[in-house]
Write a protein that binds this ligand. Sequence first.
Ligand code: NDP
Length: 448
Amino acid sequence: MSDNKIQTSDFLQSVKSRNPHQPEFHQAIEEVIYDLAPLVNDTARYRKANLLERLTEPDRIVSFRITWVDDSGRVRVNRGYRVQFNSAIGPYKGGIRFHPTVNESILKFLAFEQTFKNALTGLPMGGGKGGADFDPRGCSDTEIMRFCQAFMLELYRHIQPDIDVPAGDINVGSREIGYLFGMYKKITNQFEGVLTGKGLSYGGSKLRVEATGYGLVTFVQRILDHHSQELDGKTIAISGAGNVATHAAEKALTLGAKVLTLSDSSGTIFDEDGIDQEKLDWIKAHKAKADTSLSAYVDEFGGKWQPDENPWQVPCDIALPCATQNELDDKDAKYLVKNGCQLIAEGANMPVTMAGKKVIDEAGILFAPAKAANAGGVAMSGLEITQNRTRRAWTRDSLDKELEAIMHRIHDDCLEHGRDKDRVNYAKGANIAGFIKVADAMLAQGII
Ligand code: NDP
């Protein structure tokens, strides 16, 4: 690299050789590098401080053994992690995921993205992520509790309200956060806001459960407003049937949209009449039971069950991928384009593949990246931290207004940095706006 200038292909190559066999992490960096390299190359203070190289190396990664006993008395072993990626603007913050696919690559990609996302909220939170390769499917409630306790038996050494404050993610909801919090308190004898997503009876925040999905739709509505359109009457295809997906659907319904699909790892329901609130309540209750498939929906309400398929062939105005990473590829994006989809907003983290994004970009469809569009959840977690610190509980109404204001601010930051002739490139806007906040804090704190 001459004159310390970043050549994107050299940079990506060096990331790949430093982090072999970590495709998701490479992908997360590739998603930002084309937007950030020109900015860094044009800004002497960023270039001189070698900020991109520093920002793509996590502060630390802890990996540990989790040993627990299942109901049949068998001793089980899993691997747990906490990736503490960047604390330039605040204590590490990011969810815990329990899924058999969890590995270092996935958690590094999530923690890297989280660093930008948390910066975009405007709240003082650094980026982290954690989890375990534990598959809760088929586990009893006591097995889940024992696993959470065994996980915390190591994790407690690495977290604290001013160091690292984890939250939930895939398969870690309020039940698991309760067990994790209980064990932390038992070990440390401290009742403190060390986790977010807690139950309301012991320090949780109202609206935390809903915040990611509600925030996503608020962001979509702001984009539509900016393009002189409205959500009322639009058709929406949503993937997933978990926290983010069901709350996105709920918010979309209140704004007059028609939700055509939801999905899970066994397939997709397509309901031409629309999934209304009553049907959604049934889905939430059904999926809250262990190991259930959405296929039972059609016996209850009709509609079409599409086993092992995702929702992207269904004609819709708006697509909200809300299940998991890399769930919408170029083939899916082509279907969406062909069927007249106008806007794709990422509810899950990195659900659209690089090839999928290329198709979307070439078609000129509006695209909202996860680090901006799904930031509502972590923003509400930030507000939970403040409530815990001040030992106060804010009203649902005031939190709702705060969430809306944060999502609007993120949108407007994306606009400021993402205007591209007569289009808005939201992905570029989010990458640059998030980067500047973190980079300036890193610069101010010297070479550490
Ligand atoms: P949940 O565990 O509540 O729900 C996940 C949903 O996605 C389930 O319906 C699950 O199906 C489905 N799913 C998971 N993996 C796959 C797969 N490989 N193929 C198809 N479907 C799959 O998770 P969340 O809703 O909390 O999280 C969803 C996404 O949103 C993740 O990417 C997460 O990182 C992101 N996110 C979550 C936030 C939050 O506040 N919860 C905040 C910001 C981002 P099944 O029931 O069959 O397992």
